[in-house]
Write a protein that binds this ligand. Structure first.
Ligand code: GLP
Length: 241
């Protein structure tokens, strides 16, 4: 495990973009696992700038997103689908057939989850998975629980997550109560994992994630078992380390 401590959010975003750039340069047809939330926005801005400058080419890259709200259609403003297009996909030359995001309104949820797992395998697995972390230690939407699910599945969101994500919705009542998320095994199968944490509200969780224990109460703590994990924190998020 490698911990990179940065001075501020901008530097964190630059370091994360450097790692993604290196993955693409090393393998132009690489498979990227992508995350939503406020934290990776700066990283995506960096990638867009580098693409515009001509130093990055996404034409052969494949992407898989971690999660999507259940019951939310792709064209809804709060969907993770819309988020990814707004912050990244519509600004770069990634081929739309190679973009994958769980579909929020599948006819058959089990079939869709199984299909999502299958297409990740068919693409040869994820080369680099970008992750944020919830204030309660969730990764993707794998919430703290007595046991965690391995593969892509439908999950009930915790009150804490609903509250944290209510900033993106007109009211807390409109935040979906369920989501589709890659499971911990899906995430673990990535060859390289890069977890980002920024801001004082993440400091406590980063401290707890990195203490000696591994527990499903803090899903992110399992990542310490991964052979190629990099954690990038800014000064505030790293203040309890
Ligand atoms: C959501 C996403 C996670 C993300 C988390 C933290 O719940 N499902 O993938 O890591 O929010 O978001 P933020 O970066 O806005 O703190």
């Amino acid at each position: 495990m490698r911990i990179i401590r940065t001075e501020n959010y901008q530097e964190l975003s630059r370091q994360a973009a450097d790692m993604i750039q290196a993955a693409i340069e090393n393998k132009p047809d690489c498979v990227l696992g992508l995350a939503t939330g406020g934290t990776p926005i700066g990283t995506y801005q960096q990638l867009v700038e580098r693409y515009r400058e001509g130093s990055l080419d996404f034409s052969s890259v494949t992407t898989f997103n971690l999660d999507e709200y259940y019951g939310v259609s792709s064209d809804q403003e709060q969907s993770y689908h819309a988020f990814m297009f707004e912050h990244l996909f519509r600004h770069i030359n990634v081929s739309h057939e190679r973009i994958h995001i769980p579909f929020g309104m599948p006819e058959d949820i089990e079939k869709h989850c199984h299909y999502y797992e299958q297409i990740i395998q068919d693409a040869g697995g994820i080369d680099l998975q970008l992750l944020g972390i919830g204030e309660n230690g969730h990764i993707g939407f794998n919430e703290p629980a007595r046991c965690l699910q391995a593969d892509t599945h439908l999950v009930q969101l915790s009150q804490e997550t609903i509250r944290a994500n209510s900033r993106y919705f007109p009211s807390i009542a409109e935040v979906p109560k369920q989501a589709i998320t890659m499971g911990v095994r899906t995430i673990f199968q990535a060859k390289k994992i890069v977890l980002l944490a920024s801001g004082a509200n993440k400091a406590d969780m980063i401290g707890r994630m990195l203490d000696g224990r591994i527990t499903t109460d803090i899903p992110a703590s399992l990542l310490k078992l991964h052979p190629d994990l990099t954690i990038i924190v800014d000064r505030e998020a790293g203040s309890r380390l």
